[in-house]
Every structure is written in C-alpha cells, then in structure tokens.
Design a protein around this ligand. Structure first.
Ligand SMILES: [Zn+2]
Length: 70
C-alpha cells in the first residue's frame, strides 16, 4: 500500500553511493594528490612526508607571529 516509502528508500541508496564517491576523491592539501584508500594513518595527508611539511609550515608561521609582536 505504501508505494511512496519504497521510492524514498531507493533514493537514500543513491545518496549513500554519491557520498562514498565524494569521500574517495579527497585530496592531500599539501601535494594535491588523491588520498589513498582508508584506513589512512596520515589522514588527511597522503603520506608522512606531507604531514611533516604541513606541520613545519604551521610552526614557521607561529614563529613569525611571535617575531612581529616584539
Ligand atoms: Zn601529499
């Protein structure tokens, strides 16, 4: 009797597929490569190298801010 309910659940399935696809195409903010499949221990970066690059960037910026305050 409830044909409408069946239709909406089919729609939800499509939305789930779409979301999964989007997550798969995430990119590394440092080198812009597509991230490897999860589980990725360096998430949201593609590798330990990029993680370190990003970390050093942050540290350098903090140093600069402290310098300007003097
Ligand atoms: Zn990277």
């Amino acid at each position: 009797m409830n044909l409408k309910t069946k239709g909406s659940s089919e729609e939800n399935k499509e939305n789930l597929k779409f979301n999964k696809k989007r997550i798969k195409n995430r990119r590394c903010p440092v080198c812009n490569k597509i991230l490897p499949d999860p589980p990725n221990p360096f998430d949201p970066f593609c590798s330990n190298r990029c993680k370190m690059i990003d970390l050093s960037k942050w540290l350098n910026e903090e140093y600069r801010i402290h310098d300007n305050n003097r």
